[in-house]
Design a protein around this ligand. Structure first.
Ligand SMILES: [Zn+2]
Length: 305
């Protein structure tokens, strides 16, 4: 059977939406491959993310991946020196053009920085409000309810799976892991299947073990060949849609030459087996990324050290 790799495009900022997304649309159309785009729909408060500079590991990552070069100085001032622009108001035409070009569209978040920095410790009410704001903005842009949710920064809490079911999502991709599963929280299996991101991202591997922008496509390709799929590969409009676009195109070419079918996450969702395995979700560190994120626990709990 042909191997499938779903492309999940996270769109975090106004600039990424206005510049990275159209560039990715053109690139994906040129290679005739599908993808899922997940949008940040509320305010672009990227500048506030600089507070993370005081967290262990973040400064290291900034220096390693040249955040300023990738995001631009203006973006880094949104929410601090400059007011935060509302992304879905300023870029609704671009968002619609993605859907009109036949790609799956869904929710990344309302406010990326707020969600990423705070959701892990928040209540049901706080989480519900943030998710409802994103759903309402999505409906204003697209005239329909979103069906896929992919949490910003792989950050979530135990209320997120329940809210995904309540808000009418079909499935979600909030976690890192190895294969589609039904997440288990407090002993209860969630309604929405999780399609975790299974491959490392470009920004996680660049700068580690001799990996550079020049060979990152080959590193990722090797990783996908040596780990069984189906895979979900997450890319960012701000990175692979802009500065790292040549490297991303090379990865597409390597996969296509190998006969890999590049698809949307919905294509994977539609082909899920009727009975999905159930796994707990834990919060832990991942190589190349600062802080803790949600990941599938694939080792049974009783057998862990
Ligand atoms: Zn994001």
């Amino acid at each position: 059977m042909t191997e499938r790799i779903a492309l999940k495009v996270d769109v975090d900022t106004l600039r990424g939406t206005l510049e990275g997304v159209p560039a990715l649309l053109a690139l994906l159309a040129r290679h005739r491959v599908n993808a899922t785009f997940l949008f940040s729909l509320g305010p672009d408060n990227t500048g506030r993310a600089l507070r993370r500079i005081f967290r262990p590991g973040f400064l290291n990552k900034v220096l390693r991946t040249s955040v300023a070069a990738n995001y631009g100085l203006k973006t880094l001032c949104y929410g601090t020196l400059l007011p935060a622009p509302n992304i879905s108001e300023r870029a609704c035409d671009v968002m619609r053009s993605v859907r009109d070009a036949g790609f799956e569209v869904g929710v990344h978040c309302h406010d990326h920085v707020l969600w990423q920095d705070h959701v892990a410790a928040q209540s049901y009410a706080w989480t519900r409000e943030q998710m409802q704001l994103a759903v309402a903005a999505f409906q204003r842009v697209f005239g329909e309810r979103p069906k896929v949710h992919g949490a910003a920064g792989w950050q979530m809490n135990e209320h997120v799976p329940q809210l995904e079911a309540e808000l009418g999502f079909d499935y979600a991709s909030d976690t890192r892991g190895s294969s589609p599963f039904r997440p288990l929280f407090a002993g209860e299996a969630a309604f929405c299947p999780q399609l975790p991101t299974t491959l490392p991202t470009f920004d996680e591997v660049i700068g580690l073990d001799g990996c550079t922008e020049q060979n990152v496509a080959d590193v990722l390709f090797e990783h996908s060949r040596t780990h069984p799929g189906p895979h979900v590969f997450t890319l960012h409009a701000e990175l692979e849609g802009m500065r790292l676009r040549p490297a991303f195109e090379r990865l597409l070419q390597l996969w296509l030459a190998q006969g890999v079918q590049l698809c949307s996450m919905r294509d994977l969702y539609m082909n899920l087996p009727p009975e999905l395995p159930t796994y707990p979700v834990e919060f832990g560190e991942l190589a190349g990324r600062s802080g803790r994120l949600a990941r599938q626990v694939t080792v049974p709990l009783e057998r862990r050290d």
